[in-house]
Design a protein around this ligand. Structure first.
Ligand SMILES: [Zn+2]
Length: 183
């Protein structure tokens, strides 16, 4: 189901080009750069995560969240122009196949102010051990490219809900593996 929190969007499973979630909400500017939107449940959870992190001295900022089809189209073609098709496909989704279109995915930036270098931030270490407590998973882990189709993205997190996030975290799974396990 398209509005399911566990919706699988990857290279094989896409969304209609017209799909825009109906419950998108603006993330509090305290936790996001500029105007960023997520679906209600994910928006609530990322603000709780951001606020708890902040109280411990970690500054986590959402630099990308919901992206519509058109935005992804332009972004993907920009990647192809710069990196070439093969490289672009490992780090950028073609339009209709981006998890960002679900309104359940974010790219995070830490206190070192560069999402590309999120892995080097103190926030990354915190996220690694705590994101699942808020229903988020590291979506493209290291050494899972053969399953996810994407190279390691330490900054990209996906909201899947508390139960799934805990199982995925504990058993070191990808969303693909988790969903397969359920059926
Ligand atoms: Zn992302």
């Amino acid at each position: 189901m398209i509005n399911d929190t566990l919706i699988l969007v990857n290279k094989e499973n896409g969304l209609p080009s017209s799909y825009i979630p109906t419950d998108l909400e603006l993330i509090d500017h305290k936790f996001a750069y500029d105007n960023k939107y997520l679906r209600k449940e994910a928006r609530h959870s990322i603000e709780k995560l951001g606020s708890d992190a902040l109280s411990l001295g970690y500054k986590i900022v959402v630099v990308s969240a919901f992206r519509d089809y058109k935005y992804q189209h332009d972004l993907h073609h920009e990647y192809i122009k710069v990196k070439g098709l093969e490289d672009a496909q490992l780090c950028s989704a073609r339009p209709g196949y981006s998890e960002h279109q679900t309104g359940l995915a974010i790219d995070a930036m830490g206190s070192n102010n560069d999402y590309n270098l999120f892995e080097d931030s103190i926030e990354f270490k915190w996220m690694k051990n705590n994101a699942h407590k808020y229903g988020f998973i590291l979506r493209y882990p290291k050494d899972k490219t053969n399953i996810t189709g994407y190279k390691y993205e330490p900054w990209h997190y996906r909201y899947v809900g508390l139960k799934a996030a805990l199982d995925i975290y504990k058993n070191d799974l990808t969303l693909e593996e988790y969903i397969k396990k359920q059926t």
